[in-house]
Design a protein around this ligand. Structure first.
Ligand code: ADP
Ligand code: ADP
Length: 216
């Protein structure tokens, strides 16, 4: 069964905003899917739905993912915690035993190239490095599905490009499944073999593009 399966879903917020209309979308194991569309078309709503943080008002949805990693723009690091302590957060909340937690943290930091920065505080890091910390934190919980909410939006172009390359390599190597939202068509096309184009209010998926992979 799919990690995310939406069939003809609708979502109207309690205040009456009709955010999604007749959206169908599937993410299977090992698939990395991007959703691209302008601001306000319902991308974040779609992602929050995938994480179980919103409820559909019509249609059918199933979620086969047991552990979800949610990667936002850099704002979610705790400023008073070091890199190590920020990455430790998920394991602490889940009650992962100390030894196992430390092993996972070290492995995740190594994966994102932050070994040696354990004692740094977020303000000492560049935006790209904070993004890596956020990704490392998700990696420690070994998710079946990663949700990315415009993680590169605040980054400069060079950093964005470099992180994009690393992310595609990592996901290709580990066969991680991901749902990535962005308003950048080039970013979506670079990162994924399947790009869903959303537009309108209420938002609807208006096109699906298969990108020859690896791109270009
Ligand atoms: P996007 O991520 O593409 O910018 P959103 O999913 O954030 O779009 O928003 C889609 C629509 O739903 C917008 O009109 C937005 O104002 C509205 N919206 C988003 N979140 C809420 C909310 N919690 N309550 C009411 N309306 C919301
Ligand atoms: P305590 O567990 O009492 O805080 P420790 O000296 O064991 O004392 O750890 C201090 C902090 O450093 C903890 O938040 C811990 O998670 C973190 N830490 C543990 N191992 C490492 C490591 N190899 N590199 C960086 N930080 C670490």
């Amino acid at each position: 069964h799919p990690l995310v399966g939406f069939e003809h879903i609708e979502l109207t917020y309690p205040g009456g905003t009709h955010a999604l209309r007749d959206v169908s979308l599937t993410v299977r194991e090992g698939e990395f899917v991007s959703v691209v569309g302008p601001s306000g078309c319902g991308k974040s709503t779609l992602l929050r739905l995938s994480a179980g943080l919103e409820t559909i008002t019509d249609g059918y949805m199933q979620c086969g993912a047991e552990r979800i990693g949610y990667v936002f723009q850099d704002a979610t690091l705790l400023p008073w915690r070091t890199v190590w302590e920020n990455v430790a957060l998920v394991g602490e909340l889940d009650g992962v035993p100390r030894g196992e937690r430390d092993r996972r943290i070290a492995a995740a930091l190594e994966t994102v190239g932050l070994t040696g920065f354990e004692k740094h505080l977020p303000h000492m890091l560049s935006g790209g490095m904070r993004m890596r910390v956020s990704l490392a934190r998700s990696l420690t919980m070994d998710p079946d599905l990663f949700l990315f909410d415009e993680p590169f939006a605040a980054l400069d172009e060079i950093t964005r490009e470099r992180l994009g390359v690393e992310l595609t390599e990592l996901f290709a190597a580990k066969r991680f499944a991901g749902l990535f939202i962005t308003h950048s068509v080039s970013e979506a096309a670079f990162l994924s073999s399947r790009v869903l184009v959303m537009s309108g209010r209420p938002g609807n998926i208006v096109d699906e593009i298969e990108v020859p992979f690896p791109f270009p």
